[in-house]
Write a protein that binds this ligand. Structure first.
Ligand code: ADP
Ligand code: MG
Length: 513
């Protein structure tokens, strides 16, 4: 029979080991000189990526402790679009440092308390390092894409990102990315409006409609019927009403409801598949139809055409009420060898059209673009950035060392451990670029003591430099979230003292790795 403390240490050790393994996997990708990972699935599909979140999502992870780390990375990705690798590497280091504290006999609760205090002090101090973001947006975009496939066209891509975010006034949901195989990254462009990878439903529909449009979610499709279905009616009346519902008349009615509000030459955008009879009836009235649009396209069109998305044709206002059609410039265009529907309007909806030679490079390009757009929009909306390269982590670390003595006792050791762990980010950035991490950290500590809190590792030449001069910036919010996510997940893992298999699960969780 295992003793209580022994069991606790086993659970913690197992979790720490599993979490560290994840952190070590992504560590070599951190920073501008980080390497890429090639992910291969059972079917032979290949992804080449440098993005921490993408790597973690593709890993086949069974251990519960490791899963918690992946969750933390997902939170970071969904809140800030970037900084996932830093979060995971920091969490890995925090856990590894707590191992040292266990060995000195410090109780997990004391460590958690110290870490929580340290995280609060560190993020509070971070606010002092904020720099106004307005004039640094291009640099924020550049920092986000260094080390990624997009780097090849750095100037062009970063100015596109800023142009898109400024166009959309920071509303990330008004920016869309469309990938178009062929061409080079430098041919990518920003378009004010929406480009849909769709065509009008029937060949006889006008490809140059008048610009009036209705957006309808459902009610334009026939109910799905399986083959070999049997229907049972209890009365002739029921049969008649069923027949009527499924007959052409229904579609004539629906077409009527639509044409009441949409003059000839208009367009219907539908979320669902549109019944062919209905489409043909509308085409006869010179109304074009675009079907099966994803929700995001519907929302973008609704912004752009300043009209609502109606639930169904029955939901349209009754005859005589105000006309509900949106207005814009809609046409079908052939770009390369594919058809697109291009919609222009007054509102600030922006589509970034990405060009790239192959599907695989385009996927990585798209991921990079979305992250960069997200990061720039956070910097735009929050108004604050900090110097990058992990310089803010050194600054927080030094602040914590100064304050640790305020607490005293064993908790002070946990705060000092937290301070040490923060240095892992700049140390790893330097190490991945082929420079000595220890020398870099010692030089940085020295420089920061002199009050130069923007200094970080110089990846090109080795040694250290002023990150503001090098133009390396990232949103303050991103660093704050990174420190918070990493300390939260570390605390949750440290608080676990036992791993038990749930009923019905015959795999021993402690044996999984
Ligand atoms: P993450 O997934 O955490 O965003 P990245 O691999 O994108 O990981 O690396 C981000 C780190 O690299 C950030 O700390 C950022 O400040 C730093 N960085 C980016 N460009 C430079 C640069 N030119 N010099 C030094 N550090 C840089
Ligand atoms: Mg990044």
């Amino acid at each position: 029979m295992q003793g209580n403390t022994e069991k606790q240490i086993t659970a913690q050790n197992l979790n720490i080991r599993a979490a560290k393994a994840i952190s070590d996997t992504v560590k070599s990708t951190l920073g501008p000189a980080g390497m890429d990972k090639m992910m291969v699935d059972g079917g032979g599909g290949v992804i080449v990526t440098n993005d921490g979140a993408t790597i973690l999502q593709s890993l086949d992870i069974a251990h519960p402790g490791a899963k918690m780390i992946v969750e933390a990375a997902n939170t970071q990705e969904s809140m800030c679009y970037d900084g996932t690798t830093s979060t995971v590497v920091l969490a890995g280091q925090l856990l590894s440092n707590s191992d040292g504290l266990f060995e000195k006999g410090i109780h997990p609760n004391i460590i958690c308390k110290g870490y929580r205090q340290a995280s609060r002090w560190a993020t509070d101090y971070l606010e002092n390092l904020g720099i106004d973001s307005k004039s640094h947006l291009v640099e924020v975009a550049k920092t986000a894409i260094t080390g990624k496939a997009l780097e090849a066209s750095m100037e062009h891509v970063s100015s596109l990102c800023v142009q898109a975010v400024e166009n959309a006034e920071g509303h990330f949901d008004k920016i869309r990315v469309l990938c178009q195989p062929g061409g080079a990254l430098d041919d990518s462009y920003c378009f004010t409006g929406v480009v849909l990878h769709k065509e009008f439903m029937l060949p006889n529909m006008s490809t140059n409609p008048n610009g009036q449009a209705l957006l309808i979610n459902t009610g334009l499709t026939s109910e799905k019927m399986d083959d070999n279905m049997q229907l049972q009616f209890t009365s002739a009346k029921e049969f008649h009403s069923y027949k009527q519902e499924t007959s052409r008349e229904v579609w004539v009615n629906k077409a009527d409801m639509i044409t009441t509000h949409l003059p000839e030459g208009g367009v219907v955008f539908s979320r669902e598949t549109v019944n062919e009879v209905l489409a043909a009836l509308l085409a006869r009235q010179n109304i074009s139809v675009v079907q099966r649009l994803p929700q995001s396209d519907m929302t973008a069109l609704s912004h752009l055409l300043s009209t609502s998305v109606y639930h169904s044709p029955e939901d349209l206002p009754t005859r005589g009420d105000s006309v509900s059609a949106g207005n814009g410039d809609i046409k079908q265009e052939t770009i390369g060898d594919m058809n697109y529907i291009v919609v222009e309007g007054d509102a600030n909806v922006t589509t970034l059209v990405l060009r790239g030679a192959t599907k695989q490079t385009l996927d990585e390009t798209e991921r990079g673009f979305e992250d960069a757009l997200g990061v720039v929009s956070i910097a735009y909306n929050t108004g604050n950035v900090v110097a990058g390269g992990g310089s803010s982590f050194i600054a927080m670390s030094q602040h914590l060392r100064k304050r640790a003595a305020e607490i005293g006792g064993r908790q002070q050791m946990a705060i000092e451990s937290f301070a040490d762990a923060l240095e892992i980010v700049p140390a790893t950035i330097a190490e991945n670029a082929g420079h000595d991490p220890l020398d870099t950290i010692l030089a940085l500590r020295n420089e920061h003591t002199l009050g130069n809190s923007n200094w970080g590792p110089n990846v090109e030449e080795g040694g250290i430099s002023d990150m503001v001069k090098l133009g390396v910036f990232e949103p303050l919010q991103l660093i704050r979230q990174c420190v918070q996510s990493a300390s939260e997940v570390t605390i949750s893992i440290l608080r676990i003292d036992d791993i038990v298999s749930k009923k019905g699960n015959d795999v021993d969780a402690t044996q999984q790795q």
